[in-house]
Design a protein around this ligand. Structure first.
Ligand SMILES: Nc1ncnc2c1ncn2[C@@H]1O[C@H](COP(=O)(O)OP(=O)(O)OP(=O)(O)O)[C@@H](O)[C@H]1O
Length: 259
């Protein structure tokens, strides 16, 4: 794929439920190896967009290309192959409570790869190390983990099949600011070392400043603004102005300017 080809290309996307239209003729590109932060008011449709791209919610209209393939034009086998090329971290982590950390990380491997248990163990330990957890953490159950550890395990599971794209839905929600900052740094480091493309839905202004290359703002079912933080600070869109140039946003912007 050429440098310029978007990794994800969404065109004229319409998604709704009953009489409600959530995404209304939305166009969006996600570029290779970028961390794109998707923001918008509560209920704007950020999670719906993520879930529609990965095929969990049907579209009413529009096309979605991922890694150069139109998702409407691939057969069942190609679809399964495509799903191995992306990893997803859902809101709340969504770990299987009856499985250990190691078994959770191995879940996608078991579903998709025919490899020995020993190799799967090695791979699971490597993924846990990548996200800053030890092999001993592998034997714990989700109920024994802190919020930050749960997110890390969910990230390790999303990375299980060495994906090219990672979808993160509110990865830092529920974390204290220090743990959230550590998680942002982890995402940044992984993105740089593995050169993955990251689609991150977030409410966390700090994440947008420290982790994201570009930001896409959802409002009224469309992209209201997109670009780096500097573009957000200059935007005239009312929601973008309030969000990025409001009290919280401007203190981060000041810090950015003085660094
Ligand atoms: N499965 C569903 N069935 C019916 N309505 C849904 C469904 N999923 C989402 N919605 C509706 O779609 C709208 C957008 O929801 P979505 O979860 O994408 O918002 P969001 O921007 O991610 O919000 P938040 O920041 O609060 O998580 C909401 O009005 C929601 O109620």
């Amino acid at each position: 794929m050429s440098e310029k080809t978007p990794v994800i290309k969404v065109r004229d996307l319409v998604v709704g439920f009953g009489t409600q239209t959530v995404l209304n003729h939305l166009d969006m590109d996600v570029r290779p190896a970028e961390i794109l932060g998707v923001v918008g008011a509560s209920g704007a449709g950020k999670s719906v967009l993520l879930r529609t791209i990965i095929g969990l919610i049907p579209r009413r209209h529009g096309t979605i290309d991922v890694l150069g393939k139109d998702l409407d034009k691939i057969d069942e086998n190609e679809r399964r192959a495509m799903e191995r090329r992306w990893g997803v971290l859902f809101q709340q982590g969504a770990l299987f409570s009856s499985l250990t950390v190691k078994q959770n990380v191995q879940f996608p491997m078991r579903e998709n790869l025919e490899i020995s248990q020993r190799l799967m163990d090695e791979m699971a330990y490597a993924k846990l190390e990548m996200v800053g957890l030890s092999p001993r953490d592998g034997d714990k159950y989700p109920s024994e983990l802190s919020g930050g550890m749960t997110k890390r395990v969910a990230l390790a599971r999303a990375l299980a099949l060495d994906p090219e794209i990672v979808f993160l839905d509110e990865p830092t929600s529920g974390l204290d600011p220090i743990s959230a900052g550590d998680f942002d740094e982890l995402i940044r480091t992984l993105q740089q070392t593995l050169e993955i493309t990251v689609f991150m839905v977030t409410h966390d202004l700090e994440s947008l400043y420290t982790a994201c290359d570009r930001i896409a703002v959802l409002a009224d079912g469309k992209l209201a603004a997109e670009g780096p933080i500097s573009a957000m600070l200059e935007s005239d869109h009312p929601w973008v102005k309030t969000y990025f140039q409001g009290k919280r946003g401007s203190s981060l912007a000041d810090r950015e300017l003085t660094q």
